[in-house]
Design a protein around this ligand. Sequence first.
Ligand code: PRP
Ligand code: MN
Ligand code: MG
Length: 177
Amino acid sequence: MNDLSEVLYTSDELARRVGEVAAQIDADYEGREVLLVGVLNGAVMVMSDLQRAMKSHVQMDWMAVSSYGSGTQSSGVVRILKDLSMDLEGRHVIVVEDIIDTGLTLSYLMSNLASRKPASLEIMTMFRKPEAARMDVAVKYVGFEIPSQFVVGYGLDYAGRYRNLRDLGILAPHIYA
Ligand code: PRP
Ligand code: MN
Ligand code: MG
């Protein structure tokens, strides 16, 4: 698709990396059932692939949040648009994200979820941008560190589009200029 100026990771490379992370999670949680909590909408692809790459028992649940209120500037407040169906108490929870950019969404989400008394709580993100290093929450599983550019595909959108691209790529500037 020529809406991309560059492909950063092909679908094969993404699948291979998800497989590695899945194996690491399987090993780390041996004998314990994991609950994957996906953050809508971006995490749909990685949630789907991660689960199928895992060999252990796994359950899933979803949340939808909004970070940016009405303004373009982040308010620092994250609103829950759809909450989990499950009770987290006593469960081994891994929050699954497509990307951590500023880290705002996850730092809010982690303190919110921690208050629900899970047995353990970790984060898996497919991509992380450098700015996210500033956030005060530890990310246990990272697929790829990527540059601060406008990336789309594998769940990541621009104005709701491009999530269905199988590769991760840089959106060509003429699309959003
Ligand atoms: C994107 C992405 C993460 C969040 C990361 O979601 O999927 O959830 O932003 O940004 P942050 O680290 O700066 O908080 P978005 O709000 O675009 O919603 P979407 O998943 O439906 O695309
Ligand atoms: Mn998201
Ligand atoms: Mg988005």
